[in-house]
Design a protein around this ligand. Structure first.
Ligand SMILES: C[S@@+](CC[C@H](N)C(=O)[O-])C[C@H]1O[C@@H](n2cnc3c(N)ncnc32)[C@H](O)[C@@H]1O
Length: 290
């Protein structure tokens, strides 16, 4: 019997989209597509789909108090036959322009050639970082800006929490001669390896499961798209890894937690160069004093 898939479609308020998407991915969806206020998730059809449906409703019920407007009903479930799967899944992904330099595309689309934009090819659904999330997009924009400021010296970079590898790949495409990309999740590293190969940046990018504390070098650019809590716990290590005059990009920080994160980065060592907020996510660009 050919396997089939379940497609879930639901509507939710903007503030709740990321929380719900993360839950659906944790619950086994290999990819989630966001369009305005609609979330579509796909699940390999389990033998007991009632348990999956119940879990999702329970989760939505649980977050109603935090995100008014979330509803457990109606959830629209559709069975996709395997032969339709590629089309159903793939048609939602299209090349995305990011910032002034990049176009992020899935591997099955060859985007129109442009002299201004570098193409980053990412296989969707394998790890966080397909270029659609505001934190990834803001990091990409800050990386472009940082690279434009660092024209006088070679760029070396550290990407902490590389996920799909998207930021490490972008750094290599912006001219970084050496990029160390770390992740604690072996599944993410496997996805990043596939993407690094697709983008032919294997010479510059080294992927590693090593902990940040075991890294000895310093880098002209350090980027960490994690969570406020993880950044806070890694703050002193992150600061050490930035070379004098270098840049630190932090993202994955919910707006209300940003002041607490910033307090961990000493104003004697770092100047806040830029701060941006998109859909409640803050991204910070810090410059280390010379
Ligand atoms: C939000 S994703 C970011 C992915 C990608 N860099 C982007 O910007 O789209 C965070 C990634 O950090 C990884 N991670 C979480 N804690 C970590 C840590 N302490 N050290 C390294 N990686 C970590 C997770 O496994 C996940 O792949």
């Amino acid at each position: 019997m050919s396997p089939s898939w379940l497609e879930l479609s639901l509507r939710a308020p903007t503030a709740a989209l990321d929380t719900i998407s993360n839950f659906l991915i944790e619950r086994g969806s290999p990819g989630v597509v966001l369009k305005r206020n609609e979330i579509r998730a796909f699940f390999a059809r389990p033998a007991k789909s009632a348990a999956l449906k119940r879990d999702i409703q329970r989760f939505l019920r649980g977050i109603k108090g935090i995100y008014p407007g979330v509803r457990e009903e109606p959830l629209r479930w559709t069975i996709l036959k395997d032969r339709n799967w590629n089309h159903s899944w793939r048609r939602f992904f299209s090349p995305q322009k990011v910032g002034r330099c990049f176009c992020v595309t899935p591997p099955w689309i060859d985007p129109p050639r442009s002299r201004r934009r570098q193409v980053i090819t990412i296989e969707p659904g394998m790890a966080f970082g397909t270029g659609t999330h505001p934190t990834t997009r803001c990091c990409l924009e800050f990386l472009e800006e940082t690279a434009a400021l660092l024209t006088q010296e070679p760029i070396t970079a550290l990407d902490v929490g590389t996920g799909s590898g998207i930021l490490a790949i972008a750094l290599a495409k912006l001219g970084a001669s050496k990029v160390l990309a770390l992740d604690t999740d072996p599944v993410a590293l496997k996805a990043a390896r596939v993407n690094v190969r697709h983008n032919r940046v294997g010479r510059a990018v080294r992927l590693s499961i090593s902990r940040l504390g075991s890294v000895k070098e310093t880098f002209t650019v350090v980027v960490a798209n994690l969570t406020a809590e993880t950044i806070t716990s890694l703050a002193s290590l992150l600061q050490e890894k930035v070379s004098a005059g270098g840049y630190l990009i932090l993202s994955g920080i919910l707006e209300q937690k940003a002041p607490e994160v910033l307090r961990r980065f000493s104003p004697h060592s770092f100047v806040l160069a830029r701060r941006t907020v998109q859909r409640q996510w803050v991204t910070l660009l810090l410059k280390k004093r010379e």
